[in-house]
Design a protein around this ligand. Structure first.
Ligand SMILES: [Fe+2]
Length: 597
């Protein structure tokens, strides 16, 4: 039984394949076409998933699409009558989805009739809920999805029990906690799609002085009713206008806040204006209000369902600060957030919704690690090195066995080197979790600035994250609940903050990854070797990229290594070191050998 899930024509396009109840592969299109948040039909991700499963498109039994144009038709029709523009937009979307069979056939050069799969349309939030619950370790749980908007809803909650997922409520357009966060992110001068996490980082630098004003903007009423004061928003009048640029692949949102919001909070920050303390306080206020509203919502869900376990999905589930507080302030004791909690995860959710809800098959899979993307053999890595660095005198290459490798890497990290770590299969979701990571020494306070100057070139207010041996979590953090996918932020114990200054945020928290020996053995072994050498079971872990999607293939890792001032690159069993001269501040930018030829 082969089920292919496809999130298409939507930001974070992705594909996932489930064979006989087991997830075999899942990947975002951006990793292949190198366009961040890529939309469109994820042809390369689909091709990869099929190859990993050893199947052809013609062999697929079911195709699951996480969008249902017929969902909430009554509400949609009411809006369509009031707003002809909205009706035209919906018609366009529906036409596009109805042609997916033909578009797939064209992309895979087969006759449409050769695709014998049954197509299923799964409502957006049902797919989100399924993406969290069906791959969670829980037999029963409360399940909550919160995002901007999908199929005319912005949140949905359900009970999960065994292979049954029963939604029992939703927040519908135009009310949306995700829209609130995105609108305020724009107001603060961050306009790029996906910039919300930057404002979450900025919030730690401010004081929530404007919290009262923010209480006017959004509230959670009893009965799981989340309400926006629509006077401060525009999306309910024009629909969330999404335009497309860069060859139809990068999503761009239109302005979501109204002039009334500027009357309430003062003038919006232009993207090119410097960040002032007022902006930091506004960010802190907006995050504080999100936490108040979300925690009220989650506490009510806990009271209604009487469950101890919660599964979270949707873009808002990436708010690791709020997630950490749920453990403190609600009666939920365990929370599972799948690594691709945002819209990329919809392909996995839709596929499992077909497996369990439509086909009624029992559950047989738990997502315990994020390695569902492409992996590469030593031979493939060697081939890429021959192509990219052969004849480059400034780079020394060594091949080591696993014990010698982790020991050498721990030594380099402890010596202050910045190291690219490319191992196993690429991560599913937006976080590097020890397969496509850049690693550094957490004990050096200056490491954040060094990483930014030499490689990442990102806003200085954004924190870097720690990976910690799972068993040492309680020694360094005030909570021990596992965070294998970096979706929780906890307070670092005050007495440990000086020990790991690089990944400790200005407010004393860190967005940690807990690393388990069982599910991530090689990465665990490396951190263990670093701890043996330094006494600190933590490394700084940031995604392997420089203003681009996370590297996927060895070629992209090599290009990033050569382009930036990274000291060491480890790919499989190979260690590549740049000479000091090559890595000096004034050294010319390295160009891959292949391109010089
Ligand atoms: Fe969504």
């Amino acid at each position: 039984m082969i089920i292919l899930g496809i999130n298409a024509y939507h930001a974070n396009a992705s594909a996932a394949i489930v064979v006989d109840g087991q997830l075999i592969a899942a990947a975002e299109e951006e990793r292949f076409n190198r366009v961040k948040y890529a939309a469109g039909l994820p042809v390369q991700a689909i091709r990869y998933c099929l190859a990993e499963a050893g199947a052809t498109l013609a062999q697929v039994d079911h195709i699951a699409i996480p969008r249902n144009p017929w969902a909430r038709m009554g509400t949609k029709l009411r809006y369509a009558l009031r707003m002809p523009r909205f009706a035209i937009e919906r018609a366009r979307v529906m036409a596009r989805f109805s042609g997916i069979n033909e578009e797939l056939a064209t992309a895979f050069a087969i006759e449409p009739a050769a695709i014998r799969a049954t197509f299923h349309r799964i409502e957006h939030h049902v797919a989100h809920l399924a993406s969290a619950y069906f791959v969670s370790p829980f037999d029963r749980a409360a399940v909550l999805s919160v995002d901007g908007l999908g199929d005319f809803a912005s949140a949905m909650w359900a009970d999960g029990e065994g292979a049954a997922l029963s939604p029992h409520g939703a927040t519908t357009f135009p009310h949306s906690l995700g829209m609130y966060y995105t609108a305020l992110t724009q107001y603060l001068g961050f306009w790029k799609f996906g910039d919300e996490y930057k404002v979450m980082g900025l919030a730690a630098y401010g004081t929530p002085l404007f919290l009262d004003a923010f209480r006017k903007i959004v509230r959670a009423d009893a009965g799981m009713k989340l309400r926006l004061d629509l006077d401060f928003f525009t999306h309910q009048r024009q629909g969330p206008e999404m335009t497309w640029r860069d060859a139809g692949t990068t999503p761009v949102l239109g302005r979501l806040y109204s002039e009334r919001l500027e009357k309430l909070l003062g003038p919006a920050r232009r993207a090119d204006e410097p960040l002032e303390q007022r902006h930091r306080d506004l960010a802190a206020s907006m995050q504080a209000r999100l936490e108040e509203v979300l925690l009220e919502h989650v506490a009510e869900l806990a009271a209604r369902t009487k469950q101890k376990a919660l599964c979270l999905a949707g873009g808002v589930a990436f708010n690791c600060v709020a997630n950490g507080k749920m453990l403190e302030r609600t009666s939920f004791e365990r929370i599972y957030v799948q690594p691709a909690a945002g819209d990329a995860g919809l392909s996995v959710g839709a596929a499992f919704a077909v497996e369990h809800t439509i086909l009624g098959r029992p559950r047989a899979f738990v997502m315990e690690h994020a390695g569902w993307g492409p992996g590469f053999s030593q031979t493939q890595i060697k081939h890429a090195m021959d192509e990219r660095v052969a004849g480059n005198d400034g780079i020394e290459i060594q091949e080591l066995d696993e014990d010698a490798l982790v020991d050498a890497v721990a030594r380099e990290l402890a010596g202050g080197k910045i190291l690219g770590w490319f191992q196993g299969r690429a991560e599913w979701g937006p976080r590097a979790l020890g397969n496509r990571s850049i690693l550094a020494d957490p004990r050096r306070a200056e490491m954040k600035d060094v990483l930014n100057q030499r490689i990442k070139h990102r806003e200085m207010f954004r924190p870097f994250a720690p990976s910690i041996l799972e068993e040492a979590t309680g020694e360094y953090f005030e909570r021990t609940h596992p965070s294998p996918f970096m979706t929780f932020a906890y307070s670092v114990r005050p007495e440990k903050r000086a020990a790991i200054p690089a990944p400790t945020h200005v407010d004393g928290t860190a967005r940690l990854q807990t690393v388990s020996r069982r599910t991530n053995p090689l990465y665990w072994k490396l951190i263990r070797a670093f701890a043996d050498r330094t006494g600190v079971p933590v490394v700084v872990n940031t995604s392997f990229n420089d203003n681009e999607p996370i590297v996927c293939r060895p070629e992209e890792a090599l290009d990033c290594f050569l382009r930036t001032r990274m000291d060491v690159l480890v790919m499989g069993n190979f260690v590549l070191r740049k000479s000091a001269v090559l890595n000096a501040e004034n050294a010319p930018v390295q160009t891959p050998a292949r391109r010089l030829a």
